[in-house]
Write a protein that binds this ligand. Structure first.
Ligand code: GMT
Length: 377
């Protein structure tokens, strides 16, 4: 296909949408496209120099006359500048608000034809949960985009139900870079953390927001711990952390829960993990599930959002009702005490990633969309 000039805007700090936007940019660059990240800071996964990847920083000045710094306007101005200077074919933005709305404004400011592709990650829909006044802006961003994608069928359906946009939404699933996330059993981290060989390792990775229900992870682990020697690795940090620390101590689990904070190389931690838990009440996709599965770790997740599109119940893990810690523990104990079942689920998890969510498949789907948009223009 024709090599394109693609602008990408996302929130560049830690988070699944930032990871997907950055990894997609890197893989598109490997396919010969020219990539321009237009973000407030360097995306955290953009950790090496690539000749056809450029970074355009959005600067927001704080003037005393403004009560709030005008980030959205600064972003739209920077987008317009890059559209004109680099002659972009496509602007791929992650989130309808503010990014799709900024892209529409930028296209208008630049007065140039540029295709707008918007990917929804769930956050737009979560925002509506507390601010329904934004639904008009979300609909506007979606309808004015040339193409809109959602990271799961669940998010697509939810957006159609809540926003009812006059626009087709296409599902394109998330992916992982298989060169970073792969089954690697050679790690010696278990002994570094003082975990005995016969102890099972359960892992949870999140930003510790309320919606992640890390408290349910701890309650489930308390049941598991009664049945076998086990450790729980908690990776990440966020607003719920102090409540979690209290819960762990009130259950007397301090010796068995390892608080690791934010970590860059999570694949090394998956290498020593036997099971992953994600018990959120909202999750458009659950990228961390895919990362775990790619490393051969079966998962247990709640029956909400896009999680059942990633975890196939009884095949690569189990789906449980929200807040049912006993059901989680029951399935966890089943997997952790049956080696044959664990191995089967491990192999199935690896196969799921390579068959349904392989990066080459997903990147090609995005390329096809870009091609369609460019042809329309
Ligand atoms: O889950 C979060 O709190 C972060 C959020 C984000 O914007 O990065 O994640 C959303 O996008 C991810 C990448 O598509 C999805 O894997 C997450 O499921 C989704 N989070 C929610 O829907 C709550």
């Amino acid at each position: 296909m024709k090599k394109l000039k693609i602008g990408i805007t996302c929130y560049p700090t830690v988070g699944g949408s930032g990871v997907i936007a950055t990894e997609l940019g890197k893989l598109l660059a490997e396919r010969g496209h020219e990539i321009h990240f237009i973000t407030s800071s360097m995306p955290f996964r953009l950790n090496r120099v690539v000749p056809n990847i450029f970074f355009h920083q959005v600067e927001v000045n704080k003037y005393s006359v403004f009560q709030y710094a005008p980030y959205d306007i600064a972003l739209a101005s920077k987008m317009a500048e890059v559209i004109k200077k680099e002659n972009l074919d496509i602007l791929h933005v992650h989130y309808a608000i503010p990014h799709a709305v900024c892209a529409v404004l930028a296209r208008d400011m630049a007065g140039q034809r540029v295709g707008i592709v918007t990917t929804l990650h769930g956050t737009d829909i979560s925002v509506l949960g507390y601010d329904s006044s934004l639904s008009g802006a979300i609909r506007y961003g979606i309808e004015k985009s040339d193409v809109v994608t959602a990271v799961s069928d669940s998010l697509k359906n939810q957006t159609n139900d809540l926003i009812q946009p006059d626009q087709t939404i296409e599902t394109i699933y998330n992916f992982v870079d298989e060169r970073e996330y792969y089954p690697n059993k050679s790690s010696n981290l278990k002994s570094c953390f003082n975990i005995q060989e016969d102890e099972k390792v359960v892992i949870h990775v999140s930003n510790f927001r309320k919606v992640k229900h890390v408290g349910d992870v701890i309650s489930s682990f308390a049941y598991i711990r009664k049945e076998m020697p086990a450790k729980l690795l908690l990776v990440g940090d966020g607003p719920e952390m102090s409540n979690i620390i209290k819960q762990v101590s009130s259950l007397g689990l301090e010796k068995d829960v390892v608080f690791l904070g934010k970590q860059e190389n999570v694949s090394e931690l998956y290498a020593i993990s036997d099971l992953k838990l994600l018990l959120s009440e909202k999750e458009a996709f659950g990228l961390v599930l895919l990362e775990a599965m790619a490393c051969g770790v079966p998962c247990i997740g709640s029956n909400i959002g896009g999680i059942p599109e990633v975890i196939n119940h009884g095949h690569n893990g189990y789906i449980v009702p929200l807040h049912d810690a006993e059901a989680v523990a029951c399935y966890a104990i089943k997997i952790l005490t049956n080696e044959e079942l664990h191995n089967r689920m491990r192999e199935n998890a690896i196969k799921t990633v390579s068959h349904k969510f392989h990066s080459s498949l997903i990147v090609s789907q995005y390329e096809k969309l870009y091609e369609k948009v460019v042809l329309q223009h």
